[in-house]
Write a protein that binds this ligand. Structure first.
Ligand code: 3H9
Length: 698
């Protein structure tokens, strides 16, 4: 079936595009559009309409073609054909006109859009810039600042706003094809000019230099470490005071620099990884889902409250269960405060807040859960308490209800064993703050039913989370990998580094925060309490926790007590280095018989990141993660890993598994096999000269 068709309707040449699912600009589509526009030049049509079938107008260049040898006609070739048409071309937009799709529309002489449509240039989210004239035509039509906002954020805007900005000429409701044909007919009848954005001139002015400087500084902060936003600003700057072709030349050069660089490769990998993560291998596509119309949550603490908000936000009623009214009132108070913050940021109206709050009810009796479709337990991280909760749920919940635990570490099978229906039990591991963080680890127990897994993955999408399936082991994917990472941070500290050196290395490399600052944020007492329940053998080498224990025993619990690895200003929470901490570090090193030494930034980076990679490889060997890219999704969406490095496993592929493996073997020699025995899978792939991505595609 052809992806393009052409016919004359009512005197207008209509080019229809049909390249499901999102009409991406594949080679066939580009070729079809060129041929149809050329054909229309010679026939009896009075004007041309480009319109799409399916759910959306063109959603961009075909990302799957990136990195492959280009095939003519290229996108710029196709746009030349449209722009130089001697008959008016109208782009008729529904759904989302994105990236190269919106650039196609901008090259047409007029744009008509359905009121429900959105337009945008999201390339920055793929580490790219609009490389088909978007950086040149947008500022010409909408002005420099709106163009900078739109292209550096990558966020789409509604048709009405686009019309106000001059990016769309006409917004309509109802049937788009009819509207577009009528519009094209009226333009032809009025002998309207062939409006080409390239003919608009942006005159230089003195204030522009300051504006660009402001955007450069803003982007250096907001998109720390990323190249694309800076290249975008340079391109928009090139739209000023010179003709369009000169600007297009700059755009092409800076686009190619990004396209061939590692950041965009990582972000494109993440685009597909996120979508792949939602798929469960071996599960029939037509697995019937269980309806989720009512949800119960056990525990109205920070976590339970945050989870409740996710459901209320999409209109699903929630019942919170607490041991007493006081606990419930406290929980509701936190939820209200969180919504108030969202309202103050302009992300929600007072009316929306009121609607959400109406959907969240509370009770101190489990009986209130008799008719819920899903219960999520979010009580204290103790397996015995959780088992008790599940045996109560087993007694009150209706048959077929999904019983989920939000545990971060505990054994799902042990918890499921406390019920008479282990097939209905699953782990739903939300990340804190649960109303903000996108990741959801769905943890399958050995008995979890297929439809319970499928329903959980679909439910995650409903509440706008990014799901990843994990197997059942201590810490699942994310927290299991965090242990060796945290261990190496502690060992680097006791062996010679300072907290600020470690955090500076990791944050400078791209992490949202360094590991010790994260510890202070989460509270050092959490790990301390968890360690109290472990045997000496389970706790591991005292060198990897003695500093943390000493700090907690001094009352330094992290941010909440005003000090931890750092000191915090009580008013501003600003972080300061604290010489007292270095005294503790030195005392502990002495007690452990360690002669502290200078540790290089490179060693810190390698030990912390390679610790992740080695554990990630073991997780793959054991089948705990379905694929390497799932681990990348967990880290980028749940742990502040920089998307422009593509997650730990993609990063490992980028460095080369051979190099990673050799360095891990060196660490094993220096620091012992107990911490650094290389994963079998890593060894195998290093020997075969393969990547994790190649292994996944086997
Ligand atoms: C660009 O245009 C560069 C130019 O400036 C210059 C060039 C010279 N290509 O997200 P969904 C697939 S860069 C190929 O689940 P939704 C996607 O992988 C591009 N495939 O649906 C998935 O496949 P599968 C700028 C694509 O309804 C399926 O379509 N454009 C592309 O939730 C459904 O996707 C963008 O960055 C593509 N461009 O959301 C827009 N897009 O079923 C990227 C999607 O096998 N796309 N697929 O898993 C999106 O943001 C969303 O897909 C969209 C629909 C909002 C359109």
């Amino acid at each position: 079936m052809s992806v393009t068709t052409y016919e004359i309707i009512d005197g207008i040449g209509v080019i229809r595009l049909n390249n499901p699912p999102v009409n991406a600009l594949s080679h066939a589509l580009r070729d079809g559009i060129c041929k149809a526009v050329k054909k229309a030049q010679k026939d009896a049509s009075k004007a041309i309409v480009i319109i799409c079938e399916g759910r959306t107008f063109i959603a961009g260049a075909d990302i799957t073609e990136f990195g492959k040898p280009p095939k003519a006609p290229s996108l710029p070739d196709m746009l030349n054909v449209i722009e130089s048409s001697n008959k008016i071309v109208v782009a008729a937009i529904h759904g989302t006109a994105l990236g190269g799709g919106f650039e196609t529309a901008l090259t047409a002489h007029y744009r008509i859009a359905l009121n429900s449509a959105k337009v945008g240039l999201p390339e920055v989210k793929l580490g790219l810039l609009p490389g088909a004239g978007g950086t040149q035509r947008t500022p010409r039509l909408a002005g420099i600042e709106p163009a900078l906002d739109m292209i550096t954020s990558g966020n789409p805007i509604a048709a009405a706003k686009a019309e106000k900005l001059g990016l769309v000429d006409c917004v309509v409701e109802g049937e788009l094809l009819q509207g577009a044909i009528a519009y094209a007919k009226s333009l032809a009848a009025d002998k309207a000019q062939l409006k080409r954005a390239r003919d608009i001139e942006i005159k230089p002015s003195k204030s522009q230099a300051l504006l660009f400087e402001r955007y450069r500084a803003k982007m250096a902060k907001r998109a720390r470490g990323q190249k694309a936003p800076q290249n975008i600003i340079a391109c928009v700057e090139a739209a000023i005071g010179q003709d369009m072709d000169a600007g297009l030349k700059t755009e092409r050069e800076l686009f190619m620099e990004l396209m061939t660089g590692p950041q965009s490769a990582a972000m494109r990998h993440m685009f597909f990884a996120e979508r792949q993560g939602a798929k469960v291998d071996g599960l029939a596509k037509d697995t019937a889902l269980r309806p989720i119309n009512k949800v119960g949550i056990i525990g109205a603490g920070t976590m339970g409250g945050g989870i409740a908000m996710n459901f209320a936000n999409v209109g699903i009623p929630v019942t919170l269960i607490e041991v007493n009214q006081e606990g419930l009132d406290r929980g509701m108070g936190i939820i209200e405060k969180n919504y108030a913050i969202t309202v103050s940021k302009g992300k929600m109206s007072e009316a929306q807040k009121a609607n959400c709050l109406k959907l969240i009810g509370g009770s101190t009796h489990y009986d209130a859960l008799a008719d819920v479709d899903l219960v999520i337990e979010a009580v204290f991280e103790n397996v015995d308490i959780k088992k008790e909760v599940f045996s109560k749920l087993d007694a009150v919940c209706k048959p077929g209800a999904i019983l989920a635990t939000n545990t971060s570490y505990q054994d799902i099978d042990a918890i499921a064993g406390a019920t008479s229906r282990p097939a209905d039990v699953i782990g739903l591991h939300f990340f804190s703050p649960a109303n903000v963080m996108k990741l959801l680890e769905v943890v399958r127990g050995s008995a979890s039913a297929d439809d319970v897994i499928a329903t959980s993955m679909a439910m995650a999408k409903t509440i706008r989370k990014v799901p990843v399936l994990a197997g059942n082991c201590y810490g699942f994917i994310g927290n299991r990998m965090l242990r060796p990472y945290g261990r190496e941070a502690q060992l680097c500290l006791i062996e010679g580094a300072s907290p600020e050196q470690i955090d500076k290395v990791m944050q400078g490399w791209g992490m949202a925060m360094g590991p010790l600052a994260v510890g202070d944020l989460a509270g050092l007492d959490i790990g301390y309490k968890a360690r109290q329940g472990l045997s000496a053998e389970q706790k591991g080498d005292p060198k990897s926790y003695c500093i943390a224990d000493a700090l907690v025993e001094m009352g330094r619990l992290g941010q909440k007590s005003g000090s931890g690895y750092y000191k915090y200003d009580p008013a501003t929470r600003a972080r300061h280095n604290d010489p007292e901490v270095m005294k503790v570090v030195e005392q502990q090193a002495k007690a452990q018989g360690i002669a502290r030494r200078a540790i290089s930034d490179e060693e810190i980076l390698e030990r912390l990141t390679y610790a992740w990679i080695n554990e990630g490889a073991k997780i793959l060997e054991e089948g705990i993660a379905q694929r390497p890219s799932d681990i990348d999704v967990v880290y980028c969406f749940g742990y502040g890993f920089p998307a422009y490095r593509g997650g730990p496993m993609h990063y490992a592929d980028h460095i080369g598994l051979d190099k990673v493996y050799k360095r891990i073997c060196e660490f094993a020699k220096q620091h012992g096999q107990a911490n650094w025995a290389p994963a079998k899978l890593l060894k195998q792939l290093a020997k075969e000269g393969k990547t994790f991505a190649q292994w996944a595609a086997r």
